[in-house]
Design a protein around this ligand. Structure first.
Ligand SMILES: [Zn+2]
Ligand SMILES: [Zn+2]
Length: 74
């Protein structure tokens, strides 16, 4: 089973911000509040929101490690 965890910027209301550069003004982007790491694959719904992408990257790798440990344990 392949698990993929991504980190994406989110708005204040928790929706993903896909606006970049000039787009931000054109679409009325409310601004980014932080980042969300989320895991997909195998029905996993893990996600975590934080202010810094670097901190989330650590959480993400811990989470993916947990998957690896779980799948090799049996
Ligand atoms: Zn946005
Ligand atoms: Zn997961």
């Amino acid at each position: 089973m392949q698990y993929v965890a991504t980190i994406a910027p989110v708005h204040e209301d928790g929706t993903e911000c896909t606006h970049t550069g000039r787009d931000k003004q054109d679409t009325g982007c409310a601004g980014r509040r932080g980042y969300r790491a989320s895991c997909t694959g195998g029905g996993c719904t893990w996600s975590k929101t934080g202010a810094r992408a670097s901190a989330l990257a650590e959480d993400r790798s811990h989470h993916l490690n947990a998957h690896l440990t779980a799948s090799t344990a049996r």
